[in-house]
Ligand binder design. Structure first.
Ligand SMILES: Cc1cc2nc3c(=O)[nH]c(=O)nc-3n(C[C@H](O)[C@H](O)[C@H](O)COP(=O)(O)OP(=O)(O)OC[C@H]3O[C@@H](n4cnc5c(N)ncnc54)[C@H](O)[C@@H]3O)c2cc1C
Length: 424
């Protein structure tokens, strides 16, 4: 079953897939039915590979079915840190992959006719600090390096779209868009099945033997495969200790309002999604054609009760839009993102024919769309684009100390953001 989220409540397709009973023989077994697992399953199935997916709960139960739905280029790791590690040329090649991820996701929606993904164009990437020079430079660099064009927004242009004085500058990205992520994911699963993939829900992989043949055990079944792919995101358990120790599960939060189209139309006059530049950023968008507001933000390393965090999200919303005080919250929920210590995705091979595809952090929609493709290409010896990710290996994330450091870093950055804003 799904947790209570706006997406689960409004999902278009109610198919319930069976749990695995008995023995299955396949070419590739994928553990985890989020976007990373299902995109890889689809890309392999397109190439005629027999795939079986095991999902502990329902597909999209994890971050993939609960997120903000904003599809834009970039990794969770900032571009400066990427360039510092691999140099400008490889950093550009990696960024191009993230743009390709956006295009791939868009083309899945078009080719598979996934109207229920409800794509809506546009993202406003806004600054709460006074750094217009940086923004112009960023827009110029993207136009030069990637032929990717942003529109610069000054305060007046922002206020034509949003009734708030919080934002000083911004870039509008007309190529980014936002979607109903669970409907998108469920349509990918249906397509993978049409191409022969088998997907089992309520089938946690509880044991494995990863010798020459890969054996995965579930409570009532067993899969034998030539190859195994672990795509368990922030929900990675102890099955592969070497993988678990590299993942920091970080909780983040969302809420959706009750319908209030008239009030919302006065305040948010754009259908684009909105994101601010703080490390503890707010992100939000109108959904259901402007009926409701979906608002996300905050992170914690220990999952807090969504209701408690809803009060915090609401404070954040009222800080930007005091006029929304009458807006009632309908639902709030949390989800776990997977972060590696280096903040880059981890895509590679644990041992012969055992692959991993995890750690997409808060930027998983475009990055899983391209990572699934790149991993399928590596498995089928079609390209070596996966090598671009090799510099970011399976680093130990630090266990409980890593989590404590992540929380302290977040609080520190939050305080820094607050201070920068007070000085603006
Ligand atoms: C609240 C929230 C907002 C976000 N907003 C955005 C956004 O706007 N834009 C964006 O690009 N990204 C966003 N993200 C990040 C994005 O959702 C993730 O990076 C992405 O969905 C990760 O996909 P995944 O498949 O790796 O992990 P998941 O979707 O978490 O999937 C992992 C799956 O593995 C399953 N699993 C775990 N262990 C086992 C096992 N032993 N056996 C079988 N199955 C198992 C889990 O049940 C789960 O379904 C957000 C994330 C959250 C939580």
């Amino acid at each position: 079953m799904y947790p209570q989220t706006f997406y689960a409540k409004t999902r278009a397709d109610q198919t319930i897939r069976p749990a695995l009973h008995g023995a299955q023989d396949t070419d590739t077994v994928i553990i985890g039915g989020g976007l990373a697992g299902l995109t890889t399953a689809l890309e392999l199935a397109r190439e005629g590979v027999a795939v079986t997916v095991l999902e502990s709960e329902s597909i999209g139960f994890g971050a993939s079915g609960r997120n903000g739905g904003i599809v834009s280029p970039a990794f969770a790791c900032g571009s400066a840190a990427i360039a510092a590690r691999v140099g400008p040329e490889k950093a550009r090649a990696l960024h191009k992959l993230t743009i390709e991820g956006v295009a791939r996701l868009r083309s899945h929606i078009q080719i598979l006719n996934i109207a229920q993904a409800e794509p809506v164009a546009g993202l406003l990437n806004l600054r709460r600090f006074d750094q217009a020079a940086d923004l112009h430079a960023e827009a110029e660099q993207f136009a030069r390096d990637y032929d990717y064009h942003f529109t610069y927004l000054d305060r007046t242009a922002i206020q034509e779209r949003l009734q708030t004085t919080r934002y000083l500058h911004g870039l509008e990205d007309p190529q980014a868009f936002h979607i109903h992520p669970l409907n998108y994911l469920r349509a990918l699963a249906t397509e993978a099945e049409r191409l022969g993939a088998k997907i089992f829900e309520h089938s946690p992989a509880t044991g494995c033997d990863l010798g020459r043949q890969k054996h995965l055990r579930t409570p009532k079944g067993h899969v034998t495969a030539k190859r195994a792919i672990f795509a368990t995101g922030g929900y990675t358990g102890p099955l592969i200790p070497r993988l678990k120790r590299t993942v920091l599960p970080i909780a983040t939060y969302m809420m959706v309002s009750h319908p209030a189209p008239d009030l919302l139309a006065k305040v948010i006059k754009t259908s684009a999604a909105v994101l601010d530049d703080r490390r503890a950023s707010d992100y939000y968008r109108l959904v259901e054609g402007g009926q409701r507001l979906l608002w996300g933000g905050r992170i914690t390393t220990r999952a807090a009760a969504p209701q408690a965090v809803a009060a915090e999200l609401r404070r954040a919303m009222l800080d930007v839009y005091p006029q929304l005080a009458p807006l009632q919250t309908d639902l709030a929920w949390s989800g776990l993102m997977a972060y590696a210590r280096h903040l880059m995705p981890q895509i590679g091979q644990l041992q012969p024919d055992v692959w991993h595809i995890t750690a997409f952090g808060g930027h998983g929609l475009n990055t899983t769309a391209i990572a699934g493709k790149v991993l399928a290409e590596a498995i089928l010896h079609q390209s070596n684009r996966i090598d671009l990710f090799a510099p970011w290996g399976l680093d130990y994330a630090g266990g409980p100390i890593g989590l404590a450091v992540a929380q302290l870093t977040y609080w520190y950055l939050q305080a820094q953001d607050h201070w920068r804003e007070r000085r603006r």
